[in-house]
Design a binder for this molecule. Structure first.
Ligand code: 13P
Length: 242
């Protein structure tokens, strides 16, 4: 599937590969990475650096997303950043609901929904993360968890879903292409039932150059949200080229 990118426009048909740099790469490393990075044609490449590196990432040939965004325009919310502030920098969008935010920083379905709604309303693109833990999968609750996480999200042409099974993040344990396809097919059907066809669904969780081709070849996998492997320009380029 081919989707045309970011920058506030609707996604229509294509492959989207986003690198979530988490708490890696300050401004100078970000500039050096992007100056040496030449994204392949036909793929929408997004990088998601830490807040302090966003300004330097803008205007260097790829779309730039923040790793989170607050729902208010401004206010007494120490440590938070608003959609309007990101737009002022030239940032194209934001991730919301990453499992590391849910696990370590008290993010809930409700706050994820508020973040997504505000960012979309302000004009940003949004990559909203959903995914089950290993325990939820083992106890047969994967679909129930995904259904709940999806149900609160707004329907919007600039919304992209990232399926990130928590047990596959940073563990080297990737979902098999068939496991990913099974869940993506389920998510696609749920989105259709919610009246939200045409939303891209990315896979995330130990994506690397060696497995990206097989994952992205699955009919309902529209690209990837890549963590560790996006920190290395050669590896990230190979994933985008897959
Ligand atoms: P890894 O690719 O390092 O498993 O991380 C995935 C992720 O959390 C992307 O948001």
């Amino acid at each position: 599937m081919s989707r045309s990118a970011t920058g506030g426009g609707a996604y229509d048909v294509g492959v989207l590969v986003a690198g979530n740099w988490k708490m890696y790469k300050g401004p100078s490393e970000t500039a050096a990475f992007l100056d040496a990075f030449d994204p392949p044609l036909g793929v929408d490449v997004v990088v998601c650096p830490p807040y302090v590196s966003l300004a330097v990432a803008v205007g260097r040939g790829v779309s730039v997303y923040a790793q989170n965004v607050h729902w208010s325009t401004e206010g007494a919310f120490t440590g938070e950043v608003s959609a309007e502030m990101l737009l002022e920098l030239g940032v194209d969008g934001a991730i919301v609901g990453h499992s590391e935010r849910r696990q370590h920083f008290g993010e809930t379905d409700e706050t994820v929904a508020r973040r997504a709604e505000a960012a979309l309303a302000a004009g940003l693109g949004v990559i909203a993360c959903v995914g089950e833990t290993g325990e939820e999968r083992e106890t047969g609750r994967t679909e129930a968890v995904l259904r709940r996480q999806l149900s609160v999200l707004p329907r919007h042409e600039r919304l992209v879903i990232a399926y990130e099974p928590v047990w596959a993040i940073g563990t080297g344990r990737t979902a098999t292409p068939q496991q990913a396809q099974d869940v993506h097919g389920f998510l696609r059907a749920r989105l259709a039932a919610l009246g939200a066809e045409g939303i891209a669904v990315l896979y995330g969780g130990s994506v690397k150059a060696a497995n990206a081709g097989a994952l992205f070849a699955m009919p309902d996998v529209d690209g990837g949200l890549v963590g560790g492997a996006s920190l290395d320009a050669t590896e990230f380029l190979a994933i985008a080229a897959a």
